[in-house]
Design a protein around this ligand. Sequence first.
Ligand SMILES: Cc1cc2nc3c(=O)[nH]c(=O)nc-3n(C[C@H](O)[C@H](O)[C@H](O)COP(=O)(O)OP(=O)(O)OC[C@H]3O[C@@H](n4cnc5c(N)ncnc54)[C@H](O)[C@@H]3O)c2cc1C
Length: 350
Amino acid sequence: MLNYIIVGQGIAGSVLALELLKEGQDIKVIDNNHFRSSSKIAAGLVHPMSFKRTILSWNAELLSKHSINYYQQKEKELDSSFFEGLTFLRIFGSIEEQNNWFAKQSTPPFNKVLLDFKKDLSTYTLKNNFGVGKVNWSYRLHLPAFLEAVKKRLIQENRLIQEKVDYSKIDHSNDFIKYGNIKARGIIFCEGHQYINNPFLNYIPENSTKGEILKIKVKGLPNYSLSKNCFVLPLKDEEYILGATYDWKDKSYETTEEAKEELLDKFSNISNNNVEVIEQWVGIRPTTMDRKPILGTHPNYKNIHVFNGLGSKGVQFAPFYANRLTQYLMDGESIEKEINLDRFTKKYLL
Ligand SMILES: Cc1cc2nc3c(=O)[nH]c(=O)nc-3n(C[C@H](O)[C@H](O)[C@H](O)COP(=O)(O)OP(=O)(O)OC[C@H]3O[C@@H](n4cnc5c(N)ncnc54)[C@H](O)[C@@H]3O)c2cc1C
């Protein structure tokens, strides 16, 4: 009998699989080839900021440090290259924002994150009248390359089943889980937004956000990552990723003209240069109402577990919280209330 079946090989399922393997667990992962996976299209940015109010995001220092170490380590273990440091510049939108940044720079924890940027940017056609600051702990995970490296390992060890899980075939009537001819001590669902089709978990309130990003070609920008109401990530040969939109109403997987216009309009605050749109991608972020991940065990079925709710920060959240869930499964370490599946149970599970 296996220890665990993991459903989903997005960033959540991939990182969790590696954590459980590290603990010597016998697992299989079932994934329907990244169908509608948001991990497949995510820009992969990791940074510790919430720019609107120039504050650090939730648990930023802990999560940034943990995820940076994690991906650097995994590059070695998986013998693959998918994680790179970024020069990430915040272009100030106003004198207030500039003042706020400089005022915070000398006090902890901001002194570790909000850095000066002294290089001359005048050769580029940037709208940076109020100056720029540099954000420390900024990285990019190339998600397709990371997912592929994990997939390769799973295939080598005969641990990946490429199909769609049919929930009606999950037998949880015994002390173990049976799915077809696979028996396991437990099953862990990591389906991202598609959990809404899962009859065991679709009581969790749905609050996902559709996001669209563009691949653009534009001249005259520096080879740095930029943020000013949107983000711009350099690729190669004057190509960049421009993102991202947040739509709580439309949950379709269609790209829209509105999103394209919104992004191009935001980009016009960074530069007036001509933009050629090369591609447009869409995904749905598994965002929760409180913006926190979801970990734990189904209140009625002790062999059914969940790892989801990574929202717009899957790259930063996945390593730390996959490790928390693993400690819980291995050693029974309790899961904090604020991230525990239990927080939805009383109110939403009838
Ligand atoms: C436009 C956009 C930009 C983003 N940019 C960033 C960014 O820069 N940085 C960042 O950290 N995050 C970013 N995100 C958020 C990030 O994409 C998510 O946090 C993360 O991908 C969620 O991963 P997941 O593994 O939970 O879900 P998913 O990536 O959706 O993976 C779920 C997997 O489960 C599989 N699956 C589902 N149901 C079944 C089933 N029944 N049977 C078999 N397999 C199944 C799917 O095929 C899929 O492979 C972005 C998101 C969007 C939409």
